[in-house]
Design a protein around this ligand. Structure first.
Ligand code: PEP
Length: 252
């Protein structure tokens, strides 16, 4: 039985005061029950202070990006070991904003994935198609290319310590959400692709949905067989909105 993971990607939002208020609201409102885990991914400058606020709570800490390099002359970058050092258990890799705005390739994302794992951090590998790709009928092909960059270099076994997030680009920050059936279809495809490398493992990997998930649509999405939680942007910036999704996970 897979646990739900409800992960908040705060993106480039907040301040010291705002991040402290947000995380204290989340920690105070974690729903009772089991079978789910909460995670927040604040901007880099607030990781250390959020780490101390989540310490001893049911909320885990993650980062939004990481360097594929271990250390050295990479101005502006953050090494996986540094994230570990400040208490991160997870890191998002290959978010569509990093692919589209910063030109990250699937190969670079795969390198970040491996570097994170080498430092003991669980990568959350984001995959997803644009609207044009969906309309052209190439959704699965796009997902396969993004997944295969990791599978072909490292094999399926690395997904024992990884999470996948299916995030249709057309649903991110747009208010458009994939229907539970549309999302399930792709999640099932992702699991089947992993199963070609390792069938047992494929059943254990958490596959999150991301794209305008909110309290009102969370229960429907989380009711689908292959949807194991959410990666949430906009609705992770207000404790009550994020906790409404956590509540849906706790009830599912
Ligand atoms: C995201 O950026 O990962 C995301 C899913 O954003 P939103 O929930 O705002 O669509």
């Amino acid at each position: 039985m897979r646990e739900f993971l409800v992960a908040g990607n705060w993106k480039m939002n907040g301040s010291t005061a705002a991040s402290e208020a947000l995380i204290s609201g989340i920690v105070a409102g974690v729903p009772a029950g089991s079978g789910f885990r909460l995670l927040v991914c604040p901007p880099f400058p607030y990781l250390a202070s959020v780490a101390s606020q989540v310490s001893g709570s049911a909320v885990a800490l993650g980062a939004q990006n990481v360097s594929e390099h271990e250390f050295g002359a990479f101005t502006g970058e953050t090494a996986p070991s540094m994230l570990r050092d400040v208490g991160c258990d997870y890191v998002i890799v290959g978010h569509s904003e990093r692919r589209a705005i910063y030109g990250e390739t699937s190969e670079q994302v795969a390198a970040k994935f491996m570097a994170a794992q080498a430092a003991g951090i669980t990568p959350i590998l984001c995959v997803g198609e644009t609207l044009e790709e969906r309309e052209a009928g190439t959704t699965n092909k796009v997902i396969d290319e993004q997944l295969d960059a990791v599978l072909d270099t490292a094999g399926a076994a690395v997904f024992a310590a990884a999470v996948i997030a299916y995030e249709p680009v057309w649903a991110i920050g747009t208010g458009l959400t994939a229907t539970p059936e549309q999302a399930q279809e792709v999640h099932q495809h992702i699991r089947a692709r992993l199963a070609t490398g390792n069938a047992d493992l494929a059943q254990k990997v958490q596959i999150l949905y991301g794209g305008s998930m909110k309290g009102e649509n969370a229960a429907g999405l989380l009711s689908m067989r292959d949807i194991d939680g959410g990666l949430i942007g906009g609705a992770s910036l207000k404790a009550s909105d994020f906790l409404a999704i956590a509540e849906a996970a706790a009830q599912s």
